[in-house]
Structure formats: structure tokens, C-alpha cells
Design a protein. Structure first.
Length: 481
């Protein structure tokens, strides 16, 4: 069964021994970050800080910070199970014959569950603060010493396309300026920024609803790099196998998850920009100051005794790494649908998602590796991948020793490295210009004569099977146990 809300997920975490309650008073300025960073890097549990200095709201953090908690969050025995289910849906073909159509009925029922369901009210409206809305009572963290202020780090930011009415939900950090205004860190390549550009062209405010603390499938869906126009709440419904209940905000025409813990309502003026940053980011470095839109608060609604869900990012590994690993697994079937020659795809934690992608392929023709590089640079958020290394299908991408061994043995650096210019991740501090610079592709596959390689290509050293079996049988005789 899908989790109804964050609280049911917390109960599941606690039952599984994956949640630790911290009853000592803690400071949301730096102290919570230092505690969480140590616990996260040690592979520790989710943390519920019950007494936060200056606030009467508890803080839940590191809730997604392990592979086990991601499986629990998405309610699957393995992430591969969910990916296989998605693959089956992508491979769907209309049935032929009555019996085949009847067998399809459960699948059709499941498909209907992905569509969000509008409801008239929900727990997120148990308390409504419309007259004098304020952020002052929320335990918003200041994470790192060089941060420009306090930041809401795990908001689900809902907007609608001014032209099409299509919904977007993204996780964009929000720097708190005062009790009623924050920055809105809309990266230029993301869906929220696209809506902002359209509203700016129309000279209209863009209305915004922000949910903090929803059920885990909804929280996860808000982080997904989906194609433009695909509703994240539909993906959440697919994961939950139940529709996400959505409710209209009080002061803006935006729908938010009805079972959220806290909802912030407001608007962004199309022409207003303000300095945002620095911020200790998931790169492990501070992202620098820049000019970003400003969010104006018009209403706060929340559950009675709400829980503030947040996260801390920084030098990996941290909580967001495990969410990225889940995204990687879930998106592999989609990637294979577009590029069936891809065998596997992996983004090492140290590559912080956009700096390094390893790809293995079933190589079928000369130049195939370069075709894959350029295809990936043309796919959605993969366009900002700084380095792509393409390897043969027999390479285990998660064995970094094997990757380095095969890649470095297979490349001639001048021949097999390609540089291109294009969009760069906003957080990249090394690019020659903000948001624009060079990217590198490395063809680490075996080279073919058709690619100009006329020398013999050697085989890897492997012992013959008869000798392997002999040694296995006699292992105890050698006294090496």
C-alpha cells in the first residue's frame, strides 16, 4: 500500500530501525548540518530532531539517505523491480483477442491510478495563516558557515505553464530574506525557470505553491529530471500505484499535495531579481552569488503539529546521492527505449550527477560510442553532463577499478577524446562562462579496423576453465583456507 503522507513513512522508518529521535535541543544554524553530515557519511539513520531552538516544529532529515531507505520510500523490494515495471509499461502493445484483452484489465486499472485526483480539502489545511503569514516559526536551516542565509532545501515548488496550464513540480532551494520573501533558485535549464520566462514575456506574475513534507513518492518525483510537460505527480502516482490527492491553494490558483505537512503560497514578480547565495551545494563547494527571482509569501497552511522535512547537501556522499542513484536506476529503461544499444548507465557519487557519466554499450558499428555521447548531450538534463565515458558492454560500471583498467588500456588520448561546446550546469564553477563551456567525451571501447585501428587488439588475461576448476577442487589441499 502507498504511504498516505510523510507520517506513515516515518512510522515505517522507525519500525525498520531506520529512524533515530534526537531529544536534545539543537540549533538550526550549523549544528543540525554538522550532526547530519557525520551521520550521513557514516551510513547512519534518518534523524528526527524533536527540539529545535527557536521553533516548535520538529525537523526530519536524511530520510532518503541510504539504498535501504530509498527502497522503503518507494515501497519496492529493489529499485530494479520498479525499473522493470516501468520497462513493461514502456513495452506495452495493444492486445489481440478477447482473452488477452481481459488479462490486460488489471494493467489498465493501474494506469488510471497515475492521474492526480483533485480534492476539496486536506490535512495541509488544518491550520490556515492568511492574515499575517510568516516564515519565522519554521526551523529553516543555515547549513554551512559561508551560506548567504537560511535556506529551505527540500521544497516541492509547484507552478503552471502560463501558456498551456501544464503543471511543473521541482525542488529548488529558497534563501530566506525575511519573514515574507525568499529567493527562488530556478536554474535556467529547469521547468520552473521556463514557466518564469513565459510569465515574464506576458508581463504577469507567476503564482507558486510550495509543499514541504509530502509522502515519499511525491517528494522523490519532485527531484526527477523529467521531459518538459510531463507531470511529476503522474510519476508519483505510478510509483504509489494510487493517485496523488491535490488541493487548490487558498490565495493562488495552484494545486498542491493535500497531505503535505506545510504549504507556502505566493507569487514571483516577472521583473524582480535579488542577489541569492552563496550556498554550500551538492558539488562540495559553495555556489556563488547570482541574481534570481523573488518569492513573496501570501499564505501559510499546515497540519496541526507539522513536521519540517529538509535535507543538507555538500561533499558527497550525502542524502541526495541515494536519491540520484534511484533516479539512475529508474531512468535506465527510458534511456534504453530511446537508445536500445545502451546496456548500463552510471553516475558515480563523486561525479555529483552532472560531472561524470559512465555508459556501456553493445557496440555495433564504427563511431557508435561517439553517437551515444552526442545523443546523451541531446537528452533533457543530460545535456549538461561534463564528461561522458563510453565503454564496452562487458564492463561493470560500478567497479571503478575495472572501469579505470579497461578505459585507460583502451584509449589513445588524442584519438579517442572529443570536446564539444554547449550548455553547462549552473553550479559548475570551473566553466569559462556561467552556464556555457566545454564538455568531453571519451571513447573507451575496443577499436575496430573500420575506425582506423589496424593493429591486433589483444585479449584480456584469463585463466583457462579446467585449471580454475582444478584449483577450486584442491583449494583446501593448499592450506590456504
Amino acid at each position: 500500500m502507498a504511504y498516505t503522507d510523510l507520517r506513515e513513512f516515518m512510522a515505517a522508518l522507525e519500525k525498520a530501525g531506520e529512524l533515530r529521535r534526537i531529544r536534545a535541543e539543537v540549533d538550526p544554524t550549523l549544528e543540525i548540518t554538522e550532526i547530519t553530515d557525520r551521520v550521513s557519511k557514516a551510513g547512519g539513520p534518518a534523524l528526527l530532531f524533536e527540539r529545535v531552538k527557536g521553533a516548535g516544529v520538529p525537523v526530519l532529515i536524511n530520510a532518503f539517505g541510504s539504498a535501504a531507505r530509498m527502497r522503503l520510500a518507494l515501497d519496492v523490494p529493489s529499485l530494479e523491480t520498479l525499473a522493470k515495471h516501468l520497462q513493461d509499461l514502456l513495452d506495452f502493445r495493444p492486445p489481440e483477442g478477447l482473452m488477452a484483452k481481459l488479462r490486460l484489465l488489471p494493467t489498465l486499472h493501474e494506469l488510471t491510478s497515475v492521474f492526480p485526483k483533485r480534492v476539496s480539502s486536506g490535512p495541509c489545511k488544518e491550520v490556515i495563516e492568511r492574515a499575517v503569514p510568516s516564515l519565522a516559526d519554521l526551523p529553516i536551516l543555515r547549513c554551512w558557515p559561508g551560506d548567504g542565509g537560511r535556506y529551505i532545501t527540500f521544497p516541492l515548488v509547484f507552478t503552471t505553464d502560463p501558456e498551456t496550464g501544464v503543471r511543473n513540480c521541482g525542488t529548488y532551494r529558497m534563501q530566506v530574506y525575511d519573514e515574507r520573501t525568499t529567493g527562488m533558485h530556478w536554474h535556467i535549464h529547469k521547468g520552473g525557470a521556463a514557466h518564469h520566462r513565459k510569465s515574464r514575456r506576458a508581463g504577469q506574475r507567476i503564482e507558486v505553491g510550495i509543499a514541504i513534507g509530502a509522502d515519499p513518492a511525491v517528494c522523490f518525483a519532485g527531484t526527477l529530471p523529467l521531459p518538459e510537460g510531463l507531470d511529476e505527480m503522474m510519476v508519483a502516482g505510478f510509483i504509489r500505484k494510487q493517485p496523488v490527492e491535490m488541493v487548490r491553494c487558498e490565495t493562488v490558483d495552484v494545486e498542491v499535495p493535500a497531505h503535505a505537512e506545510i504549504v507556502l503560497e505566493g507569487y514571483v514578480d516577472p521583473e524582480e531579481l535579488r542577489t541569492e547565495g552563496p550556498f554550500g551545494d551538492h558539488t562540495g563547494f559553495y555556489s556563488l552569488e547570482d541574481r534570481y527571482p523573488v518569492f513573496h509569501l501570501t499564505c501559510v497552511t499546515h497540519r496541526r503539529n507539522p513536521i519540517y522535512l529538509t535535507t543538507v547537501v555538500g561533499r558527497p556522499p550525502m542524502e541526495d546521492c541515494y536519491m540520484a542513484a534511484a533516479i539512475e536506476t529508474l531512468f535506465l529503461p527510458i534511456m534504453k527505449k530511446q537508445l536500445p544499444e545502451i546496456v548500463d548507465f552510471h553516475m558515480p557519487f563523486a561525479g555529483i550527477f552532472h560531472n561524470l557519466a559512465l555508459v556501456s554499450i553493445d557496440k555495433q558499428y564504427p563511431g557508435h560510442a561517439r553517437k551515444i555521447m552526442h545523443a546523451l548531450w541531446g537528452l533533457g538534463q543530460a545535456m549538461v553532463t561534463k564528461v561522458i565515458v563510453v565503454l564496452d558492454q562487458d564492463v561493470n560500471l560500478r567497479d571503478y577499478n575495472e572501469v579505470a583498467w579497461k578505459a585507460l588500456n583502451h584509449i589513445d588520448p588524442e584519438r579517442d577524446t572529443e570536446f564539444v561546446m554547449g550548455p553547462i550546469e549552473t553550479l559548475d564553477h570551473a566553466s569559462r562562462l556561467p552556464k556555457y563551456g566545454s564538455k568531453m567525451g571519451v571513447d573507451a571501447t575496443r577499436k575496430w579496423p573500420e575506425e582506423g585501428f589496424t593493429r591486433p587488439w589483444p585479449d584480456p588475461i584469463v585463466m583457462d576453465e579446467a585449471t580454475r576448476q582444478l584449483v577450486t577442487r584442491r583449494w583446501r589441499d593448499y592450506g590456504l583456507d
